[in-house]
Write a protein that binds this ligand. Sequence first.
Ligand SMILES: NC(=O)c1ccc[n+]([C@@H]2O[C@H](COP(=O)([O-])OP(=O)(O)OC[C@H]3O[C@@H](n4cnc5c(N)ncnc54)[C@H](O)[C@@H]3O)[C@@H](O)[C@H]2O)c1
Ligand SMILES: [Zn+2]
Length: 412
Amino acid sequence: MKQDVNFDEQAVPGRQQTSSLRGPVTETIVQQFSMPVEYPVVFTHGLFDPGNSALCDVVRRYEPDKRHRLFVVLDDGVAQAIPDLTTRLAAYAAAHESHLELLTVELVQGGEAVKNQADHVDNLLERMLALAVDRHSYVMAIGGGAVLDLVGYAAAICHRGIRLLRVPTTVLAQNDSGVGVKNGVNALGVKNFVGTFAPPFAVLNDFAFIESLQHRDKIAGMAEAVKVALIRDGAFFTWLEANAKDLARFEPQAMAYMIRRCAELHLRHIGTGGDPFEQGSARPLDYGHWSAHKLEGLSNHDLRHGEAVAIGMAMDAHYAVLMDMLSEIEGQRICRLLETLGFRLWHDTLEMTAENGEVAVMDGLREFQEHLGGELTITLIAAIGQGVEVHHIDAVTMLAARDWLRERSATP
Ligand SMILES: NC(=O)c1ccc[n+]([C@@H]2O[C@H](COP(=O)([O-])OP(=O)(O)OC[C@H]3O[C@@H](n4cnc5c(N)ncnc54)[C@H](O)[C@@H]3O)[C@@H](O)[C@H]2O)c1
Ligand SMILES: [Zn+2]
């Protein structure tokens, strides 16, 4: 990536020397530089139509005259849903052969399982070695969030960083996970235990991929749009309410706007929120996620990420109502929107008991804090469009919110 590196020697706070009569001399040079991060997130239709130059344009953006090498890793769920995709990719590369050299298309298993086995990372590294993929080559990951996380991690550690092109193919990956700066795999039984912060070279969102998704996955990804609207943008929440029936029918224009706006808010948060690499203790984009991550695991991934997030948001919203932080009317609006979109706001794992006799989901609070380190920081909603951070969760009240969800879901 061609970038300007600022090293202003004057600005370096300096060399500090301390000495004492007896001890050794200690000298410190404070190293300091900054690198701007910039990557395009493209929204298009028909990414691999030979007449669509979006892919070729992003690949050529720093070296327009070179022939660029491209190693493609494809989610096998996508390959099954769109059987001629590999042929179309080859035809695209052939149509742009003066700029693109397609090395090969490697299939990997789709879904969370691919993040659970270390040999998937090793296999990708072996392939990259065999193909002589270097820092000026591209790895293009096409798939759902799980495949993007796996490939992004392998690309980030190979030669300390290969240029990564992400082509997200699920609603969740297009509006949330695929546009950000994180990757990772699960290890030692802990989700996303291993991974890096590594901005992609570019993200290419093709709305056409959404059509081949299962209904359940189309719905699940919308949870992130509700989430980002709740913490950042009340007007977007109102838009979601007004268009909920179209979204529930997956009407293409509504889906495209929802994905684009959600991705935009997500990008804005990363770019301007002051903590792109999550060095602090707060993670506002994880509203509703402390319980969601736990429920996903407790359900053995029977619950999709978005389905779990919808439950987590509803529970945290009602908790805020019980704590007098959020009005009851707004709490109801949140649950109603999620239900209209097609979410069920209950799962039996909410009642599971851990070995120590505690309600298992509550341990999600500790795990959430451990993943980031520092003080427990949970984002709640004070009003629609307005997230607030709290550092303590009252377990009894949270369980009352859970019980409220059970009763609500039992009422026809
Ligand atoms: N890196 C991040 O910042 C970040 C953020 C949120 C979530 N994530 C991760 O994303 C993952 C979830 O991703 P997801 O919700 O995209 O699901 P997924 O990647 O698990 O995919 C779900 C299923 O859909 C299939 N699929 C994907 N695209 C398809 C298409 N167009 N047509 C038909 N089938 C298709 C896949 O093969 C898979 O079987 C989790 O591992 C989560 O941890 C990462
Ligand atoms: Zn999420």
